[in-house]
Write a protein that binds this ligand. Structure first.
Ligand code: UDP
Ligand code: MG
Length: 136
């Protein structure tokens, strides 16, 4: 049975800053993702805190929110069969050192914090995150 899903992807400030937006989008497209919606924005720290609220007790939370709000980001709704899992696989492990060949984080990630992309981790969170950025 077909299971076309949507997931939220973010090209993070470290990648936008290095002009990797085009190359990363090409990786999504060549892996069968449709970019259903996209926008380039910069968010306030308060918005980053809301977006990453699930991590609020983590030691890296403050730096993470500073970082996500530090420069332009590209937020996208990606669509594909089993998009949530497929995107997590294409992104690679959180720490680029652990990411396997062919993944975005292996190719472009600088460090565990500057790891170039965000992707929703479940279908439920994908809906919440898509609404967060694209609810009109
Ligand atoms: N992060 C960090 N230090 C850590 C773990 C995570 O800076 O020790 C950052 C990193 O940018 C990561 C984000 O926090 O992408 C969210 O963490 P999560 O565990 O949800 O990883 P992801 O889902 O992005 O792979
Ligand atoms: Mg996560």
């Amino acid at each position: 049975m077909s299971n076309i899903e949507q997931t939220l992807s973010i090209i993070k400030p470290d990648a936008v800053e290095r002009n990797l937006e085009g190359e990363i989008k090409e990786m999504f497209k060549s892996n069968g993702f449709q970019i259903f919606k996209e926008k380039k924005i910069q968010i306030e720290k308060a918005e980053a805190e809301k977006f990453y609220k699930v991590h609020e007790t983590k030691p890296f939370y403050n730096d993470l929110c500073d970082y996500l709000s530090s420069g332009p980001i590209v937020v996208m709704i990606l669509q594909k069969e089993n998009a949530v899992k497929a995107n997590r696989e294409l992104m690679g492990a959180t720490n680029p050192i652990d990411a396997v060949d062919g993944t975005i984080r292996k190719k472009y990630g600088i460090s565990i914090d500057k790891n170039s992309v965000h992707g929703s981790d479940s279908a439920e969170n994908a809906k919440i995150e898509i609404d967060f950025f694209f609810k009109d």
